[in-house]
Write a protein that binds this ligand. Structure first.
Ligand code: MG
Length: 346
């Protein structure tokens, strides 16, 4: 199960097996081996994502909302606007038709929120087993927007040698600020409570939501963004390590700045989980030139999805990797987690 949990074990599987056979794939501008959130071929951003969350309904969301949001967000964090999705269903024998319909209605609603449509797909049914009802694959395409061009115009005012055409994990430079769009841990804890029948389930709700419209507003109205990521499996800890490794820069975050809801913090303490390693489905981490960080924060806080945003840290050349200034005054290394502590959260 750790091979699917978004930490070092999964990254090794991807590098040592998948990239070994499919890497070096010729004409992609952002290829498979970049291991970014999505690929770029020509001016098309392409993403494929299978969703196997268990259970299929959980506080604050369901597998259908997750499938649409997950794919939309991975395209959006490259700076692209997603516009069409494919949808492949693998249904388990015994899945109630009214549950299937609930999932479809939820997907329809989420597509409307994101402004995307499902244009092709496939349906299979397999014998009863351990699927938990269904698995959904959504793939999607996205395109460049004028907001993305405007964003890079702003970046180049402050960093004249900047030449990237997309928002990539590898674009950070010393001195950039790191912004988190809201609280962490909500999704993982909501799914865990549904899996285990834990009583806090009623108060902790998943944050699953599409963020493409929010991202386009930030790019077009403020700008200065160089890197972005949705901290899903492996949480904030895994995503920041991806940034640090690919950009070859240290990242220092400040514990007191990291937004965590009180009930999530309490549940994590009770269960012995590190909220930094728990997956999210409705948050983004933004790397921005320092001159625009306050403006990005201000704009985020005016929008519902970003109202609890904080500047949580900055890049640095003082050390390699990721470290956290703790509330008690020390520094703690934030290593890449072995895997997300909650299984099958997406
Ligand atoms: Mg992602």
């Amino acid at each position: 199960m750790l091979h699917g949990a978004g930490g070092t074990v999964m990254h090794e599987l991807v590098r040592n097996y998948i990239v070994k056979y499919f890497g070096g794939s010729g004409n992609a501008e952002v290829p498979l081996e970049a291991l970014d959130d999505a690929a770029v071929i020509g001016d098309v951003v392409l993403k494929s994502d299978s969703h196997a969350v268990k259970p299929i309904f959980f506080p604050g969301g369901d597998i259908g909302r997750l499938a649409v949001s997950g794919t939309v967000n991975d395209i959006a964090v490259l700076g692209a606007e997603p516009y069409a999705l494919t949808c492949g269903f693998v249904l388990e024998e015994g899945l109630a038709l009214n549950d299937f319909e609930r999932i479809l209605a939820s997907m329809q609603k989420t597509c409307q929120e994101a402004g995307v449509s499902i244009v092709t797909g496939d349906t299979k049914v397999i014998e009863r087993g351990n699927l938990g009802g269904c698995i959904i694959n959504t793939s999607g395409i996205g395109r460049r927007t004028s907001a993305l061009e405007e964003n890079f115009g702003v970046v180049k005012k402050f960093r004249r040698d900047f030449s990237a055409r997309w928002i990539l994990d590898s674009n950070l430079k010393d001195g950039d600020k790191i912004i988190l769009s809201g609280t962490i841990g909500d999704h993982g804890l909501a799914v865990l409570s549904a899996q285990e029948g834990l009583s806090f389930g009623s108060s902790i709700k998943s944050d699953v939501q599409p963020l493409n419209r929010l991202i386009q507003r930030l790019l077009g109205n403020v700008g200065g963004i160089v890197a972005m990521k949705d901290p899903t499996r492996g949480g904030l800890a895994d995503a920041l390590n991806e940034f640090s490794e690919k950009s070859k820069t240290g990242i220092l975050i400040h514990e007191e700045k990291i937004p965590i809801k009180e009930n999530v913090r309490a549940a994590c303490e009770m269960l012995g989980l590190d909220p930094l390693e728990v997956g999210n489905e409705g948050k983004i981490i933004i790397g921005v030139v320092k001159e625009k960080a306050e403006e990005i924060l201000e704009m985020l806080r005016k929008i519902e999805e970003g109202k609890e945003a904080e500047i949580i840290g900055e890049t640095t050349k003082d050390f390699k990797g990721v470290a956290m200034q703790t509330v008690v005054g020390g520094k703690r290394i934030i290593a890449r987690p072995i895997g997300d502590p909650v299984p099958r959260i997406c």
